[in-house]
Design a protein around this ligand. Structure first.
Ligand code: F6R
Length: 606
């Protein structure tokens, strides 16, 4: 996730672009840059936060009233000055900024290299500048069109050339893009809040559309050149709402970003059932030889690891243990050299996870980091890295980063399973297909938010609450319970459904809410027995179940439905209603949802 900007108008472009980038910084902040056209193309870019770009502009100002800008969240290539956007072709006459991933960039880059091209960065984005320059025959719009036809993936890009001063051309292919219409000036941005203080009139660009911006305004066309008559919408959000994209809290915004996060985390990594993991360096021989997988993490990342453990054990038949990092580091574990340690951390800075990962490395284990932050300490220790591409997560309660951790582990399991030959090919094909369908399934779950809100009303006044499930459903119960605790301050426990009768049932009395997750068909009947034990004691049941589950309505007070899918993938969808439940309970209880008491986003102390 990166942020992009564009400006055409009578004012100095640089301050407007920088201001917009600052407002887009939540989308990424490991480098930033602008390009301003003024007879020539002047590019200024710097690693780190926008402040570094501002300092650079103080010493090396640009002049000109047309420009493009970018704030980066690294995906291909480390956060360096060279990898920062904008990128130019070697002549410096064509310049682009880009948000998203070019899935076929390796093959495009190879073609360009074969033709003698030289690259200044490690990014996929730079090839767009080369392609626009190569395809240019006097018409920037046509060159951009041909470039887009060659470049697969989900992205948005903005291009400009010295040869056609006064014009910028932008394209949306899934990644967001809006046009702000001011008085004699036009803005392009990844989202509305970036330029809302300049104008309230917007055109929201849709997939496979192209926008041409000149001093006469903006023209929208389909990527094939058909004219589009796009309605102008007037936005009446206040400044605070705008920062949260119109949502009341960052947490809700991030919950709703999850379909896009799945798309980004999968992009260019899963094609025709084959997995490509760019920073995972081990070969098939190593993968085939792994004797055991250790997964270590804390909190929500640990809960993601519980899902990984189940997948490795059940599907790959590979011994796997997930351990809390703060336990593992003091447990003197028997970790051998042919064992793979997977450390999972959104921030890549959690002190306990770093220590456990270090310990595993010292014991001779290969260490693979699953992390959301490029260049984080964990990524620097790691032999292999699988970056989740969730973008910056602002809410302390993690949602979209957890989602991306799940997707990363499915990819890893498919990769290792293929090398070991232990995954049934039919199942692998179903999982690959199911992953591709997941963004749509998540949209469907999110469209049913009202049901989660209804369930929240059943819970708001409770003092204690329980989450139960078996197997993968138990792992989701753990995460649902933690989400609820941390933002609603309601006491909650998660346990395997079969464990309830061994003690906790004594606490189930009239109206005590129990959330049951029922996505694992092989243990469905067993879990229903636990539901009946709860009902017999007067407890209230909130169930998470498939659309096709006709039986559960007879037992449950509320059913939070998810579309039918492979049981193995169900955790990805089943967690969403639980995130929404936690959110709505906390909202009804009037809490500070994005910054819950006593908690910090990154726990860098032991
Ligand atoms: C809960 C939450 C925490 C983190 C934990 C690990 O919503 O966010 O439990 O998951 O502190 O953080 P990372 O993933 O940064 O290592």
């Amino acid at each position: 996730m990166c942020g992009i900007m564009g400006y055409v108008g009578p004012q100095e472009a640089a301050p407007i672009l920088v201001d917009g980038l600052r407002r887009l910084e939540y989308r990424g902040y490991d480098s930033a840059g602008i390009a301003v056209s003024n007879g020539s193309i002047q590019v200024r870019k710097a690693r780190g936060k926008i402040a570094n770009l501002e300092s650079l502009l103080e010493s090396e100002p640009t002049g000109g009233s047309i420009g493009i800008g970018h704030t980066r969240w690294a995906t291909h290539g480390a956060p360096t000055d060279a990898n920062a956007h904008p990128h130019t072709d070697p002549s410096g006459e064509f310049v682009v900024v880009h948000n998203g991933i070019i899935e076929n960039f390796q093959s495009l880059k190879q073609q360009l290299l074969d033709d003698g091209a030289e690259f200044a960065s490690e990014t996929d984005s730079e090839i767009l500048a080369h392609l626009v320059a190569r395809e240019y025959d006097g018409d920037l719009v046509a060159a951009v069109r041909r470039t887009v036809a060659l470049s697969e993936g989900a992205y948005a890009m903005v291009a400009m050339t010295k040869r056609e001063p006064g014009k910028i051309v932008a394209v949306r292919k899934i990644s967001p893009l809006v046009v702000g219409l001011g008085d004699g000036e036009t803005f392009l941005a990844s989202d509305i809040p970036a330029v809302l203080h300049h104008t309230r009139d917007f055109m929201v660009i849709e997939d496979d559309e192209l926008v041409i911006v000149t001093d006469e305004g903006a023209t929208v066309e389909t990527i094939d050149g058909a004219p589009v008559d796009r309605e102008v919408v007037r936005i009446d959000w206040d400044a605070e709402q705008a920062e949260k994209g119109g949502y009341e809290h960052f947490m809700l915004k991030e919950i709703h970003e999850q379909p896009a996060v799945v798309t980004e985390t999968l992009a260019s990594r899963l094609e025709d059932g084959t997995v490509w993991l760019e920073d995972v360096g081990f070969d098939d021989e190593y993968a085939a030889d792994i004797g055991r997988v250790w997964i270590t993490a804390c909190g929500t990342a640990y809960h993601a690891g519980l899902i990984g453990q189940e997948i490795f054990r059940r599907v790959l038949r590979l011994p796997a243990n997930v351990e809390y990092a703060h336990e593992l580091r003091y447990a003197d574990p028997i970790i051998g050299p042919n064992e793979l340690t997977i450390a999972i951390s959104q921030s890549g800075e959690t002190a306990d996870t770093l220590a456990a990962a270090r310990l595993a490395v010292d014991k001779g284990s290969r260490m693979l980091a699953i992390t959301n932050v490029v260049g984080s300490t964990l990524s620097r220790y790691a032999d292999d890295i699988l970056y989740t591409r969730a973008g910056p997560e602002i809410s302390v309660a993690s949602t979209k980063a957890y989602m991306a951790m799940l997707i990363a582990q499915y990819l890893l399991a498919l990769r290792i399973g293929a090398a070991r030959g232990t995954v049934d090919s039919e199942l692998a094909a179903k999982v690959s297909h199911g992953l591709h369908l997941m963004p749509g399934a998540l949209e469907e779950v999110l469209s049913r938010e009202a049901e989660a809100e209804k369930a929240a009303h059943l819970v708001t006044d409770a003092e204690d609450m329980y989450f139960i499930g078996r197997g993968l459903d138990y792992a989701i119960a753990m995460e649902g319970s933690l989400k609820l605790k941390e933002i609603s301050y309601l006491h909650s426990e998660a346990m395997p459904a079969g464990e309830l009768k061994h003690g906790t049932l004594a606490l189930i009395t009239d109206d005590v809410p129990v959330v049951v997750i029922l996505t694992q068909r092989d243990v469905y009947d067993k879990t229903i027995s636990a539901v009946q034990e709860v009902k017999a004691r007067g407890g209230r049941i909130i169930a998470v179940a498939y659309d096709s589950d006709a039986e559960i309505a007879a037992h449950a007070d509320v059913v939070l439905r998810i579309p039918d899918m492979e049981d193995l993938l169900a955790p990805v969808a089943a967690v969403v209603p639980l995130q929404l439940l936690a959110y709505h309970v906390a909202r009804l209880r009037g809490h500070d949802i994005d910054q819950p008491r006593n908690l910090a986003k990154s726990v860098t102390v032991e």
